[in-house]
Design a protein around this ligand. Structure first.
Ligand code: NDP
Length: 331
């Protein structure tokens, strides 16, 4: 097929200097896969920011179209589960890392990576959720599987004004939890309260080196930040509490002690969205369709067009993006 489409392409020269260009491509330049999808909406996650700025080794093959999330319509399929016209979502699986990704008019993917777009959502709404929101849902589901309920006590969400954090605040509040939102942006306190946060704390309370154990402040946590913040969240988790660890915005380290685990029976659960099995993805998207309030999702979302992706990628790495950014690929 000779039809062309726009794409963002990350290249690397012999000196390993990275460049990012907007190019025209044809379908025969895409990588192997059995389903072609017309990309209608995508998003800019923190990980996409790292890929485009080159600040962390997210991209591991060059040249590569970045973008880890997309929603769109199947154009052609050789996979038994999908027919032309089907509405689908893709999150992760190495797309935008080692396989050409979402920042293009067309994507060629493997059928087993795709999830049906829940009827409740448009492509734009699904991407307003994106990997960040689906990871927030995986984190909530992990807390629930560990027996945590709103009756267990408060839940803390770190990086609350970011993508994972803001969806987690909205979801947990909708499910009836008392949400403590930790943020470094006091100017977003009213916005976080509107999303359902019951209390706002300054992230500086958690981001400095702390004691192995502190006052018990919450029964559960969703941490998108890592490093000292996660260590301090664990140290303030009450007896038998559970914390889901899903991010590293402060750092990949975990300068903690075993005290919360062996003296308070606290559990730390790891959350990975990229290689999560299909059954869990389908469950997470079903729960998002059921549990995420439409008005709260709207309040989290900012819309941009294709041409603004690269600048937005820089902004998200600098912590300047509130909530979730959705990209209208037709704009
Ligand atoms: P965002 O940039 O949207 O949000 C991150 C938030 O973390 C910021 O908004 C800020 O919140 C807070 N933050 C940033 N820098 C620091 C710092 N130095 N110290 C303390 N807090 C900080 O990113 P996402 O929500 O998209 O992703 C959050 C994290 O989760 C990332 O590390 C990402 O890689 C990870 N992730 C992991 C996934 C998985 O599969 N496990 C999937 C998706 C994301 P505030 O302004 O409120 O302080």
């Amino acid at each position: 097929m000779s039809e062309t489409f726009r794409a963002i392409l990350i290249s690397r020269d012999e000196a390993r200097n990275q460049s990012v260009d907007i190019v025209e491509m044809t379908p025969d330049q895409l990588m192997d896969g059995d389903v072609d999808v017309a990309v209608e909406a995508t998003t800019v996650n923190y990980k996409d920011g790292l890929a485009i700025t080159g600040k962390a080794p997210v991209v591991r093959r060059w040249p590569l179209i970045p973008g880890i999330d997309l929603a769109g319509t199947v154009i052609t399929s050789a996979h038994p589960d999908w027919q032309p016209g089907d509405r689908v979502i893709l999150n992760g699986w190495g797309v935008g890392e080692t396989h050409h990704g979402a920042y293009a008019g067309r994507a060629r993917l493997r059928g087993e990576w795709l999830v049906a777009l829940p009827e409740r959502f448009t492509a734009m709404e699904a991407m307003a959720i994106g990997t960040a929101g689906y990871t927030a849902m995986l984190s909530v589901m992990a807390l629930e599987r560990a027996g945590m309920t709103p009756d267990s006590g408060p839940v803390v969400v770190t990086g609350a004004a970011g993508g994972v954090g803001s969806v987690a605040v909205a979801l947990l509040a909708g499910l009836g939890w008392h949400v403590v939102a930790s943020t470094g942006r006091p100017g977003e306190a009213d916005w976080l309260r509107d999303l359902g946060a019951a209390e706002i704390i300054d992230r500086s309370e958690l981001s400095e080196p702390g004691k192995p154990l502190g006052k018990e402040r919450w029964a559960a946590g969703i941490d998108a930040v890592g490093s000292h913040t996660l260590a301090n969240v664990l140290a303030a988790t009450s007896y038998g509490g559970v914390v889901a660890c899903c991010g590293l915005a402060q750092g990949m380290d975990l300068p903690a002690s075993v005290a919360p685990f062996i003296l308070r029976g606290v559990s730390l659960l790891g959350i990975d969205s990229v290689m999560a099995p299909k059954q869990r993805r389908v469950e997470a998207w079903g729960r998002l369709a059921r549990d995420l309030d439409a008005a709260r999702l709207g309040a989290i979302t900012t819309e941009i067009g294709f041409d603004a992706i690269v600048d937005t990628a820089k902004a998200i790495v600098e912590g300047r993006i509130r909530g979730r950014v959705v990209v209208d690929m037709q704009a």
